[in-house]
Design a protein around this ligand. Structure first.
Ligand code: 5GP
Length: 206
């Protein structure tokens, strides 16, 4: 049997409306996974709280961002809530080459572009148990004025209407269960034929 080259790293995108809890799910998954790294995006928005350049995002101004677009340095980019966000091609290339799995915290527009470049990228949509629950969570954060909450809810409907572009849907009505669902999805990617074949062919049958 043929010896295949080592399989490329897994690309997994966690997408969902703001307030749905995807940052906590992503943070927890990163903390508890050995071979998984966050794909650090470029953004034109200002840092919030104790966000750090090169840790949470690469913070750049609009001119620098557009120069990167012109040079074709992004695998995907999109405008979200008025700011630009993008994923650098070399971040993905390096991780793929080293067999490192990448977690993307991007929006649905970014996922469509990522899948166009890497059809094996896995898209997970995290959804709230109800629209009322989502509104409650957005209000509970107490950071946004009413009109911002209304616009985030309207945008949430746009995002949810893209459900057919996803491979998996996780309902976040209970953090622990939603987290276990995401771990199961990630784990299942590790067990695909593409990633397990070498063990059978090169180890068991050699
Ligand atoms: P925030 O500003 O709250 O960190 O992120 C706002 C939205 O932008 C979130 O839905 C987040 O997933 C999305 N986002 C963050 N980075 C990227 C990226 O590189 N590309 C795309 N398309 N969306 C992103």
């Amino acid at each position: 049997m043929d010896h295949a080259p080592p399989p490329p790293g897994i690309l997994i995108a966690i997408v969902g409306p703001s307030g749905v809890g995807k940052s906590s799910l992503c943070g927890h998954l990163l903390e508890h996974s050995d071979n998984l790294q966050l794909s650090i995006s470029f953004t034109t928005r200002d840092p919030r709280g104790n966000e750090q350049d090169g840790v949470d995002y690469w913070f750049v101004d609009e001119d620098a961002f557009m120069a990167k677009v012109a040079r074709g340095e992004f695998i995907e980019f999109a405008r979200v809530h008025g700011n630009l966000y993008g994923t650098a091609i070399d971040v993905v290339g390096e991780a793929r080459g080293q067999g490192i799995d990448l977690l993307f915290d991007i929006d649905y527009q970014g996922l469509a572009q990522l899948k166009a470049a890497f059809p094996d990228a896995v898209g997970v949509m995290v959804v709230p148990p109800s629209m009322d629950a989502l509104e409650e969570r957005l209000r509970g954060r107490c950071t946004d004025p009413d009109e911002v909450i209304a616009s985030r809810l309207a945008f949430a409907r746009t995002e949810l209407s893209q459900v057919d572009a996803f491979d998996y849907v996780v309902i976040n009505d209970d953090f622990e269960r939603a987290y276990r669902d995401i771990v199961s999805i990630y784990r299942a990617q590790r067990l695909t034929l593409l990633r397990q074949r070498a063990f059978v062919v090169d180890t068991l049958l050699s």
